[in-house]
Design a protein around this ligand. Sequence first.
Ligand code: ATP
Ligand code: LTN
Length: 334
Amino acid sequence: MLDGKKVIFSGMQATGNLTLGNYLGALKNWAQLTDEYECYYCVVDEHSITIRQDPAVLRKRARALLILYIAAGIDPEKSVLYFQSHVSAHAELAWILNCYTYMGEMSRMTQFKDKSAKHEDNINVGLFAYPVLMAADILLYQADLVPVGIDQKQHLEICRDIAERFNNIYGDVFTIPDGYYGSTGAKVMSLQNPEKKMSKSDENPNASIYLMDDTDTIMRKFKRAVTDSLGVIGYGPEQPGISNLIDIYCACTGKKVEEALKEFDGRGYGELKMAVGEAVCGQLAPLQAEVARLTKEKDYIDRIIKNNAERAAYTAGKTLRKVQHKIGFPDRIR
Ligand code: ATP
Ligand code: LTN
């Protein structure tokens, strides 16, 4: 904890093209937390290889994701933005924590079950131990809060269990982190099946708004969004499609659901779709322009990558040395 500020850690994988769900559910909230907290935002490239990746594509996407963090308004002088693979303490602590985690605990993880069903030909040990690496990420920085979507709750709970188990044996080594689940955009649903979350791995491109989609594409996808046959703009479980559009509208405009309902009272679905599309374009256009600008600033981005990895490694190194000492590894000779 620096300057008495609480510590935040979060990360995102550089797999697939980011969606509006990733932005409203995670990135946008991250940017809003940077004044109040000491923030570490990581591109978790080591997690990405639990699913087979094309090396050239992974390298490109990881850099693009770091640029997107900055474009979303996270100041790299204030917060620490870096690649997981540039700070070796992550993999080192993960190994240690593997020895304090039980097979039974890992096999209960729903993400492991889902992903191993989806990638039957590559159920690797890394995919199984994915939550341990995530625990290492968080615990290295003694994070108090971890802003993630609700789908990551189980992983966060296992992180707390591992940390408590370790602390019970060796004393207070790790801060026990809490999850931080934002309210607006906590779960953006698919435009084609509003019972399912919008996901970057969805096979139907019309189901998701990608952050780099142009205005025409965004408007077209909203026009095609699945609604219902009630014909009245309402909010609730019987109207999942319309509710999702209202949620997206509110997350983009900062309006409350009641306000939006009043605004669209007596109007048609077509008008709502247009208004949501325009609100989303209004959010994404400046983001896209900033990505385009930053992508050309090669030296500036390189400098950030280097400096921020050093800042992260300094903090992470302190925790790692403490852990290594506690478990009985020989101290380094200086
Ligand atoms: P995949 O489809 O490949 O599993 P994903 O789109 O679910 O990926 P992740 O990389 O797992 O995305 O998640 C990155 C962050 O974005 C997490 O904090 C996650 O909770 C959040 N997130 C992902 N999808 C949504 C969504 N539809 N609504 C709100 N938040 C989301
Ligand atoms: N599993 C997370 C990504 C992730 C993460 C983390 C999130 C890896 N390490 C540490 C928060 C803190 C996901 O969003 N899919």
